[in-house]
Design a binder for this molecule. Structure first.
Ligand code: GLN
Length: 551
């Protein structure tokens, strides 16, 4: 079967949940027995998201094959409960680079190369490649930005052309916003009407409007949108604010969006198979779990360094870590609250650690880069190691745990990572051999150790007990590694290297013995990226269990 396409486009303003709407629609269609594939077309000119500071564009999510993308890809994987391929992600930068490289290689046979048709057609080829390589029945493409942006115009052109060629195989869904201004006290549809008119200017018209709003749309409002935007009333989907993003699929189904979309694409409303029934019931069970009031709530401190642009960016910079904690809490049927701590505040006043850990029952140090805030993080790790407070270190959180141990237990005062101090006396964390050239030549984009790698676990270790297997695959994103020269000395003092690369050369996980500490575990990988609503990650489960046990 040829893939059908659904383009999801944002109207009125950004940040109203276009990515979640895309993911939710994807999940619903998957539970109806179709092979669904989600694609993101991001308008920015960076070739990938890897060179951006998380405070700019949110967390960088790493795909299985290693592409660094935006956090929407993480949502796609979490909602669909499947790995998504890197062919499903593109940026304007990536598209233009391909076109320009091809032109330089005489690939256009002497023609004048232009946005239309050449850039547009490169985009269409990428959409089709994503559909073909994934052998998908339905490909949902989320176009970044909103209607009227200059930056996403080529993606709109691509959608228009595809709809022109195959009108019955392409749907357009607009995720719009209906504000209820306080002073007026009434839900207004005018901004949505204007957005649709602007969309018409691209030669596109919506088949569905997902109407985001504070409260559910009443019949009158649906009629108004239907009449003024020329969309059948059944295709106006009410999407009110709700407690959790994971409620969205269940909520969408109240308006029978799945059935309606299938009908519009002339696809059968199949009898769901065993697998899709299981997926839907596990999803609903998870949603029920997160809403069941908890008798016990615990606090976890997240000490990080990407807090620079105010509170609004917090959740974005560490999105997957936060979600992973939520899933582990739901599984353990306890409440988990996160206390965000900017490591720079600890540098100013290390005494606050005592206050933090009278409130908090565990610590996570997530991934990071560079010098700022590192001293505060080292002090926090020292505190939880000595006071036997459960600790989970992620990537930088593992490297810094090794440095802290070397400084304070091995007594190597000048132990450091060469990322921070090039000429440190004890280069406990050092640049990977194959990364040296990248630093010299400044080939920084997309050149870290990226994507999925296998890791062998030490028999009988905490991580071995948690994963319940001897070999795991985790996602990675780093340039530095533990310097093996120091491994024997660290081991002598009770540090365990409980995960190693298959060739034994790279130290991938560390832990302290069960007798020395209730839970002190860290990994060079990013386990948060593989944690999903219906598959809570073993390392996060381990942290939460240790916290619950310790209370
Ligand atoms: N900065 C460290 C490195 O590059 C850790 C990276 C991370 O935390 N993702 O190795």
């Amino acid at each position: 079967m040829k893939s059908k396409y659904i383009f999801v486009i944002g109207g009125v303003m950004s940040g109203v949940g276009k990515g979640i709407a895309t993911s939710s629609l994807g999940l619903i269609l998957k539970t109806k027995g179709y092979k669904v594939n989600l694609v993101k077309a991001d308008p920015y000119l960076n070739v990938d998201a890897g060179t951006m500071n998380p405070t700019e564009h949110g967390e960088v999510f790493v795909m299985r094959e290693g592409l660094e993308t935006d956090q929407d890809m993480g949502n796609y994987e979490r909602f669909l409960h499947q790995d998504i391929s890197q062919v499903n992600y593109m940026t304007s930068g990536m598209v233009y680079k391909t076109v320009i490289d091809r032109e330089r290689a005489l690939g256009y046979g002497g023609k004048c190369v232009e946005a239309i048709p050449h850039v547009r057609d490169e985009i269409i080829d990428r959409f089709k490649k994503a559909a073909k390589e994934n052998n998908s029945d339905i490909t949902i493409v989320e176009i970044g930005g909103t209607i009227g942006d200059f930056q996403n115009a080529m993606f709109m052109e691509a959608a228009k052309t595809m709809k022109l060629h195959d009108p019955n195989d392409v749907l357009v869904v607009v995720v719009s916003y209906l504000p209820t201004p306080g002073a007026i006290g009434e839900m207004k549809s005018k901004p949505t009407q204007s957005a649709i008119r602007e969309l018409n200017g691209y030669g596109l018209h919506p088949d569905f409007i997902i109407a985001r709003s504070e409260v559910a749309l009443d019949k009158k409002r649906k009629e108004k949108i239907s009449v003024s935007c020329n969309v059948p009333i059944e295709n106006v989907i009410s999407a009110p604010d709700i407690k959790s993003i994971y409620d969205v699929p269940v909520n969408f189904e109240k308006d029978k969006i799945g059935e309606r979309v299938l009908k519009s694409l002339s696809l059968k409303n199949k009898k769901p198979n065993a697998e899709s029934i299981k997926l839907w019931s596990e999803w609903k069970n998870f949603v029920k779990n997160i809403h069941t009031p908890k008798t016990k709530t615990f606090r976890v401190a997240m000490i990080g360094k990407y807090f620079d642009t105010g509170d609004f960016t917090l959740t974005d910079s560490y999105l997957s870590v936060m979600e992973a904690l939520k899933f582990a809490a739901a599984k353990a049927k306890v409440g988990i609250e996160i206390e965000w701590v900017d490591s720079k505040t600890i540098e100013k006043n290390p005494n606050i650690l005592k206050d933090i850990f009278t409130r908090c029952h565990g610590l996570i140090v997530p991934g990071g880069f560079g010098t700022t805030g590192v001293d505060g993080i080292l002090k926090s790790i020292e505190y939880v190691r000595k006071n036997k407070i459960p600790y989970l270190g992620i990537c930088y959180g593992m490297q810094l745990a090794v440095i802290e141990f070397a400084q304070n237990v091995l007594g190597l005062k000048d132990a450091n990572t060469t990322e921070i101090k090039k000429n440190a006396e004890h280069k406990i964390i050092d640049i990977m051999e194959n990364q040296k050239e990248n630093l010299v030549k400044l080939t920084m984009g997309g050149s870290m150790r990226l994507g999925s790698f296998k890791c062998k676990l030490l028999k009988g270790s905490i991580v071995n007990d948690l994963y319940k297997v001897d070999e795991v695959i985790e996602r990675h994103r780093h340039r530095y590694e533990v310097n093996n020269f120091y491994v024997p000395d660290l081991e002598k003092k009770g540090f365990k290297f409980s995960g190693k690369s298959v060739d034994g050369k790279l130290m991938e996980m560390i832990e302290l013995g069960k007798k020395d500490h209730p839970f002190f575990v860290a990994t060079q990988s990013h386990p948060e990226m593989l944690s999903r609503p219906i598959y809570s990650h073993p390392l996060f489960d381990g942290l939460v269990k240790a916290i619950v046990k310790g209370k």
